[in-house]
Design a protein around this ligand. Structure first.
Ligand code: SF4
Length: 465
């Protein structure tokens, strides 16, 4: 998962706005950040660095740049390793002019494209799959950069939500399945494109609409021009996990409030646990795993009528464990990050709501810390179905062997994590809570129904593409 942002203005300098917007998208990637713009001489420039936005980039320097269009990126590694060469935007000044690309998603045919391009003489600077798009553009010198980009994207398979800077203007493009979100915003005459709408409010801009699956937008002095990629898949595949975990709750994706969807997941979970004769009736309170389980926890408490307690405290100055790249950092990170409040848990029976269980590492460590607080009973409720399959579309889920729900039954997971009971949200309930038809959502990590199987061609090359 990464975050991308683009800004276009006729009159205003926008690099500092892009910097601020990247702060709003920080939850989508914490390994590196970068901003690119085209200077007065028509050449592309960039600032990139490792770490959080404020560590990687200098706001003071960026505020002095005189660029009226710019793009930015926050990254965590899915394809390619965690290194500065893979930080984005990826930039080049080629025969037809400057180009800078920031990409969210994974190309499932990146390996094949790379091989083909290397045979044609391309020299890759990074291991990121995004660079293949740049080379595909550069290998069409007879076309305008915008046309070359459109042709390049017709060859890309899998997930891409892109912002691209060309001499012709700011470009936003989304793969025909619409895996990753991309939104268009506006403030006066200025246009913005963002992975999530939460970045617009920070700038005083408003959400106009989603960039449609398969749409390519060109924004320049002529306004907004829209065209579509020629390959039209039979189905849309917006990532359902964006609603479960990734997106910020104040974002709107596909016309649906992430907050409302997440709270509805909690409500439906409470209803289904009640029906199953779960222990909601006898628990003393509902707690949540901050921050990912907060909104679903609120929904659970409202529906069950139980009191809601902030019983697990989160240190806000460390990042999310799920998107940290190594197991060691993940395990240490949990103890640094989360701390149960013994005053609340001691002698009590609690329902603990979280959004998902991936490896089970975080949950197991937090549960053992809660047990040390002498909790009487602990019942875990997960506001999504079991994650049993890896993602090949831009999310760094582990291999199947590391996914706890791929190896163990629900009862075995409860025993392994150390809770008295465990229940998950049903897939149909998750889809109903999101409020988007099921055949327009990707649910592959829950049910293994990959795009490639449904569309009859296996072209997935794995997560390192
Ligand atoms: S496999 Fe899961 S995480 Fe990946 S795009 Fe599909 S729903 Fe999202």
């Amino acid at each position: 998962m990464c975050g991308v942002f683009g800004a276009y203005s006729e009159t205003d300098y926008v690099t500092e706005e892009v910097y601020l917007a990247l702060q709003a998208l920080q939850h989508r990637g914490q390994e590196s950040a970068g901003i690119a713009w085209i200077d007065d001489r028509g050449r592309v420039n960039s600032h990139k660095g490792m770490g959080l936005v404020h560590e990687a980039l200098n706001q003071d320097t960026l505020s002095k740049m005189t660029a009226t269009s710019a793009i930015g990126h926050v990254r965590y590694s899915t394809a390619g390793g965690s290194m500065l060469q893979n930080a984005q935007p990826i930039c080049a000044n080629y025969a037809q002019g400057p180009v800078a690309i920031a990409h969210n998603g994974n190309l499932t045919n990146a390996g094949g494209l790379r091989l083909e391009l290397e045979h044609r003489g391309a020299i890759f600077q990074s291991t990121s799959d995004t660079e293949a798009i740049l080379h595909l553009v550069a290998h069409q010198p007879d076309k305008s950069p915008f046309d070359a980009l459109a042709c390049a994207l017709e060859r890309a398979q899998g997930a891409f939500s892109l912002v691209v800077l060309l001499e012709e203007g700011l470009v936003a493009a989304r793969d025909p399945w619409g895996f990753r979100p991309l939104a268009l915003g506006r403030k006066g005459e200025n246009y913005y494109v963002s992975s999530e709408s939460c970045a617009f409010s920070l700038l005083g801009a408003t959400l106009v609409r989603a960039v449609e699956p398969g749409e390519i937008l060109l924004i320049n002095e002529n306004g907004l021009t829209s065209r579509y990629l020629r390959n039209k898949p039979p189905k849309r595949k917006l990532c359902s996990f964006e609603f479960v975990y990734f997106a910020r709750p104040d974002s709107v994706i596909g016309g649906r409030s992430v907050y409302k969807a997440r709270q509805e997941m909690g409500r439906r979970l409470a209803r289904s646990c009640g029906k199953l004769g779960g222990s909601a009736g006898c628990a003393d309170f509902v707690a949540y795993m901050p921050d990912s389980g907060t909104t679903a926890g609120i929904g659970y408490a409202k529906e069950s009528g139980l009191p809601f307690e902030s019983a697990v405290v989160r240190n806000r100055y460390v990042g999310r464990t799920f998107i940290q790249p190594t197991q060691r950092v993940r395990e240490l990170g949990v103890r640094v990050k989360l701390s149960p409040n013994g005053e609340i848990f001691s002698g009590k029976s609690a329902i603990l709501v979280d959004d998902s269980l991936v490896r089970g590492t975080t949950a197991g460590l937090v549960v053992s810390m809660i047990r040390e607080c002498n909790a009487r009973e602990l019942h875990m409720r997960i506001s999504s179905p079991p994650v049993k399959f890896p993602c090949y579309y831009g999310i760094d889920t582990p291999s199947r062997g590391e996914l706890i729900a791929a190896k163990l039954s629900v009862e075995e997971i409860a025993a392994s994590v150390g809770v008295d009971s465990l229940a998950y949200l049903d897939k149909d309930d998750m889809i109903s809570a999101i409020g988007i038809p099921g055949d327009e959502l990707c649910t592959a990590c829950f049910d293994g129904t990959y795009l490639e199987d449904q569309e009859g061609s296996i072209y997935c090359e794995g997560p390192e593409g």
